[in-house]
Design a binder for this molecule. Sequence first.
Ligand code: ADP
Ligand code: ZN
Length: 216
Amino acid sequence: MSEHNLIFLGAPGAGKGTVSKQVLAKYPLAHISTGDLLRAEVAAGTELGKQADTLMKSGQLVPDEIVAGMVRSRLTKEDTKPGFILDGFPRTVAQAELLNDALKAIGRELKQVVYFKVDDEILLQRLTARQNCRGCDAIYNKLFKPSKVEGICDVCGSQLYQRSDDSLETAKNRLAVFYKQTSPLIEYYEKAGLLLTIEATDSEEIMAELVAALEK
Ligand code: ADP
Ligand code: ZN
Protein backbone atom coordinates (compact mmCIF):
# COMPACT_ATOMS: atom_id res chain seq x y z
CA MET A 1 0.00 0.00 0.00
CA SER A 2 1.38 3.39 -0.94
CA GLU A 3 1.20 6.16 1.62
CA HIS A 4 -2.27 7.60 2.07
CA ASN A 5 -1.37 11.19 2.64
CA LEU A 6 -4.58 13.17 2.43
CA ILE A 7 -5.84 16.68 2.88
CA PHE A 8 -9.47 17.23 3.84
CA LEU A 9 -10.56 20.58 2.46
CA GLY A 10 -13.95 22.11 3.07
CA ALA A 11 -15.88 24.84 4.83
CA PRO A 12 -16.46 24.58 8.56
CA GLY A 13 -19.29 22.12 9.12
CA ALA A 14 -18.63 20.24 5.89
CA GLY A 15 -18.04 17.01 7.82
CA LYS A 16 -14.24 16.75 7.67
CA GLY A 17 -13.96 15.71 11.30
CA THR A 18 -16.79 13.18 11.17
CA VAL A 19 -15.51 11.54 8.00
CA SER A 20 -11.95 11.56 9.40
CA LYS A 21 -13.14 9.36 12.24
CA GLN A 22 -14.76 6.91 9.83
CA VAL A 23 -11.61 6.72 7.72
CA LEU A 24 -9.46 6.17 10.82
CA ALA A 25 -11.60 3.20 11.81
CA LYS A 26 -10.60 1.56 8.53
CA TYR A 27 -7.08 2.82 7.83
CA PRO A 28 -4.21 3.27 10.32
CA LEU A 29 -3.61 6.92 9.51
CA ALA A 30 -2.59 9.80 11.75
CA HIS A 31 -5.31 12.43 12.15
CA ILE A 32 -3.85 15.93 12.16
CA SER A 33 -6.48 18.54 12.93
CA THR A 34 -5.00 22.01 13.34
CA GLY A 35 -8.22 23.08 15.09
CA ASP A 36 -7.74 20.31 17.69
CA LEU A 37 -4.03 21.12 18.07
CA LEU A 38 -4.87 24.79 18.62
CA ARG A 39 -7.66 24.03 21.11
CA ALA A 40 -5.17 21.88 23.05
CA GLU A 41 -2.77 24.86 23.20
CA VAL A 42 -5.59 27.10 24.40
CA ALA A 43 -6.61 24.58 27.08
CA ALA A 44 -3.00 24.25 28.24
CA GLY A 45 -2.72 28.03 28.47
CA THR A 46 0.50 28.24 26.45
CA GLU A 47 1.75 31.49 24.86
CA LEU A 48 0.71 30.17 21.47
CA GLY A 49 -2.69 29.24 22.88
CA LYS A 50 -3.24 32.73 24.25
CA GLN A 51 -2.40 34.24 20.88
CA ALA A 52 -4.71 31.83 19.06
CA ASP A 53 -7.64 32.11 21.46
CA THR A 54 -8.87 35.58 20.50
CA LEU A 55 -8.58 34.86 16.79
CA MET A 56 -10.43 31.55 17.10
CA LYS A 57 -13.23 33.08 19.14
CA SER A 58 -13.94 35.56 16.37
CA GLY A 59 -13.59 32.95 13.61
CA GLN A 60 -10.44 34.43 12.13
CA LEU A 61 -7.42 32.43 11.04
CA VAL A 62 -4.35 31.95 13.20
CA PRO A 63 -1.16 33.17 11.42
CA ASP A 64 0.16 30.82 8.72
CA GLU A 65 3.62 30.31 10.20
CA ILE A 66 2.19 29.26 13.58
CA VAL A 67 -0.11 26.54 12.23
CA ALA A 68 2.49 25.42 9.69
CA GLY A 69 5.03 25.05 12.50
CA MET A 70 2.63 22.86 14.51
CA VAL A 71 1.99 20.66 11.47
CA ARG A 72 5.71 20.41 10.65
CA SER A 73 6.52 19.07 14.08
CA ARG A 74 3.48 16.76 14.09
CA LEU A 75 4.67 15.24 10.78
CA THR A 76 7.91 14.05 12.36
CA LYS A 77 6.00 11.67 14.67
CA GLU A 78 6.16 7.95 14.03
CA ASP A 79 2.37 7.45 13.73
CA THR A 80 2.28 9.49 10.51
CA LYS A 81 4.41 6.89 8.68
CA PRO A 82 1.52 4.86 7.16
CA GLY A 83 -0.07 8.12 6.08
CA PHE A 84 -1.98 11.06 7.50
CA ILE A 85 -5.13 13.11 7.15
CA LEU A 86 -4.61 16.83 7.37
CA ASP A 87 -7.98 18.08 8.60
CA GLY A 88 -8.40 21.83 8.35
CA PHE A 89 -4.89 22.54 7.08
CA PRO A 90 -3.85 24.17 4.81
CA ARG A 91 -6.40 26.99 4.87
CA THR A 92 -4.52 29.54 2.76
CA VAL A 93 -2.34 29.34 -0.33
CA ALA A 94 0.61 30.46 1.81
CA GLN A 95 0.01 27.49 4.14
CA ALA A 96 -0.16 25.16 1.12
CA GLU A 97 3.25 26.44 -0.01
CA LEU A 98 4.69 25.95 3.49
CA LEU A 99 3.27 22.42 3.47
CA ASN A 100 4.90 21.68 0.11
CA ASP A 101 8.26 22.74 1.51
CA ALA A 102 7.77 20.69 4.67
CA LEU A 103 6.80 17.55 2.76
CA LYS A 104 9.68 17.93 0.34
CA ALA A 105 12.09 18.24 3.26
CA ILE A 106 10.96 14.88 4.66
CA GLY A 107 10.61 13.18 1.28
CA ARG A 108 6.87 12.67 1.35
CA GLU A 109 4.07 13.40 -1.09
CA LEU A 110 0.36 14.12 -1.02
CA LYS A 111 -1.85 11.43 -2.47
CA GLN A 112 -5.09 13.35 -2.73
CA VAL A 113 -6.90 16.47 -1.64
CA VAL A 114 -10.52 15.76 -0.86
CA TYR A 115 -12.86 18.72 -1.17
CA PHE A 116 -16.12 18.35 0.78
CA LYS A 117 -18.66 20.39 -1.14
CA VAL A 118 -21.75 21.37 0.87
CA ASP A 119 -24.39 24.14 0.51
CA ASP A 120 -23.99 27.17 2.78
CA GLU A 121 -27.44 26.81 4.25
CA ILE A 122 -26.74 23.27 5.40
CA LEU A 123 -23.33 24.34 6.75
CA LEU A 124 -24.85 27.03 8.96
CA GLN A 125 -27.54 24.70 10.25
CA ARG A 126 -24.94 22.07 11.06
CA LEU A 127 -22.55 24.43 12.80
CA THR A 128 -25.06 26.14 15.01
CA ALA A 129 -26.70 22.85 16.05
CA ARG A 130 -23.40 21.05 16.64
CA GLN A 131 -22.69 19.58 20.09
CA ASN A 132 -19.36 18.22 21.28
CA CYS A 133 -18.71 15.81 24.15
CA ARG A 134 -16.64 16.94 27.13
CA GLY A 135 -15.47 13.42 27.86
CA CYS A 136 -14.61 11.87 24.49
CA ASP A 137 -14.35 13.21 20.96
CA ALA A 138 -17.91 12.34 19.88
CA ILE A 139 -19.78 14.96 17.85
CA TYR A 140 -23.58 15.28 17.75
CA ASN A 141 -26.05 17.59 16.07
CA LYS A 142 -29.34 18.68 17.61
CA LEU A 143 -31.02 18.61 14.18
CA PHE A 144 -29.34 15.86 12.24
CA LYS A 145 -27.73 13.53 14.74
CA PRO A 146 -29.14 14.05 18.25
CA SER A 147 -27.86 12.11 21.25
CA LYS A 148 -30.35 9.64 22.76
CA VAL A 149 -30.65 11.70 25.95
CA GLU A 150 -30.54 15.45 25.37
CA GLY A 151 -27.22 16.99 26.35
CA ILE A 152 -25.60 13.66 27.28
CA CYS A 153 -23.07 11.62 25.25
CA ASP A 154 -24.32 8.18 24.05
CA VAL A 155 -20.78 6.81 24.16
CA CYS A 156 -19.41 7.92 27.52
CA GLY A 157 -22.26 9.64 29.39
CA SER A 158 -20.47 12.98 29.71
CA GLN A 159 -22.14 16.34 29.13
CA LEU A 160 -22.33 17.87 25.68
CA TYR A 161 -21.44 21.50 24.99
CA GLN A 162 -21.46 23.95 22.09
CA ARG A 163 -18.08 25.22 20.87
CA SER A 164 -17.85 28.96 21.47
CA ASP A 165 -17.13 29.55 17.78
CA ASP A 166 -20.30 27.69 16.73
CA SER A 167 -22.57 30.65 17.59
CA LEU A 168 -24.49 31.98 14.56
CA GLU A 169 -22.43 35.15 14.26
CA THR A 170 -19.05 33.46 14.46
CA ALA A 171 -20.18 30.60 12.22
CA LYS A 172 -21.16 33.13 9.52
CA ASN A 173 -17.80 34.79 9.90
CA ARG A 174 -15.97 31.47 9.57
CA LEU A 175 -17.84 30.75 6.34
CA ALA A 176 -16.86 34.15 4.96
CA VAL A 177 -13.24 33.48 5.91
CA PHE A 178 -13.45 30.12 4.14
CA TYR A 179 -14.64 31.66 0.87
CA LYS A 180 -12.15 34.48 0.97
CA GLN A 181 -8.99 32.78 2.21
CA THR A 182 -9.41 29.03 1.80
CA SER A 183 -11.49 28.47 -1.33
CA PRO A 184 -8.61 29.50 -3.67
CA LEU A 185 -7.05 26.19 -2.62
CA ILE A 186 -9.71 24.33 -4.63
CA GLU A 187 -8.24 25.66 -7.86
CA TYR A 188 -4.71 25.39 -6.51
CA TYR A 189 -5.01 21.64 -5.94
CA GLU A 190 -7.09 21.13 -9.07
CA LYS A 191 -4.16 22.51 -11.05
CA ALA A 192 -1.80 20.23 -9.15
CA GLY A 193 -3.94 17.28 -10.29
CA LEU A 194 -4.71 16.25 -6.71
CA LEU A 195 -8.31 17.34 -6.20
CA LEU A 196 -11.17 14.93 -5.55
CA THR A 197 -14.47 16.75 -5.08
CA ILE A 198 -17.10 14.91 -3.08
CA GLU A 199 -20.54 16.39 -3.30
CA ALA A 200 -22.57 14.59 -0.71
CA THR A 201 -24.25 15.36 2.55
CA ASP A 202 -24.50 11.78 3.71
CA SER A 203 -21.33 10.67 5.51
CA GLU A 204 -21.77 7.03 4.47
CA GLU A 205 -21.93 8.05 0.83
CA ILE A 206 -18.84 10.20 1.30
CA MET A 207 -17.04 7.29 2.90
CA ALA A 208 -17.90 4.96 0.01
CA GLU A 209 -16.52 7.42 -2.54
CA LEU A 210 -13.43 7.95 -0.46
CA VAL A 211 -12.67 4.27 -0.05
CA ALA A 212 -13.10 3.74 -3.80
CA ALA A 213 -10.59 6.53 -4.45
CA LEU A 214 -8.10 5.26 -1.88
CA GLU A 215 -8.14 1.71 -3.16
CA LYS A 216 -7.53 2.78 -6.75
P1 ADP B 1 -13.87 24.21 11.59
O1 ADP B 1 -13.27 23.41 10.47
O2 ADP B 1 -15.15 23.66 12.07
O3 ADP B 1 -13.85 25.68 11.35
P2 ADP B 1 -11.45 23.88 13.16
O4 ADP B 1 -11.49 23.14 14.44
O5 ADP B 1 -10.77 23.28 12.00
O6 ADP B 1 -12.99 24.12 12.86
O7 ADP B 1 -10.85 25.35 13.40
C1 ADP B 1 -11.26 26.18 14.44
C2 ADP B 1 -10.47 27.49 14.39
O8 ADP B 1 -9.08 27.23 14.57
C3 ADP B 1 -10.55 28.25 13.07
O9 ADP B 1 -11.70 29.06 12.99
C4 ADP B 1 -9.25 29.06 13.11
O10 ADP B 1 -9.38 30.18 13.97
C5 ADP B 1 -8.29 28.10 13.76
N1 ADP B 1 -7.58 27.28 12.75
C6 ADP B 1 -7.68 25.93 12.57
N2 ADP B 1 -6.91 25.51 11.55
C7 ADP B 1 -6.29 26.61 11.06
C8 ADP B 1 -5.39 26.84 9.99
N3 ADP B 1 -4.97 25.85 9.17
N4 ADP B 1 -4.98 28.11 9.77
C9 ADP B 1 -5.39 29.12 10.56
N5 ADP B 1 -6.25 28.98 11.56
C10 ADP B 1 -6.71 27.74 11.83
ZN1 ZN C 1 -18.53 11.16 25.10
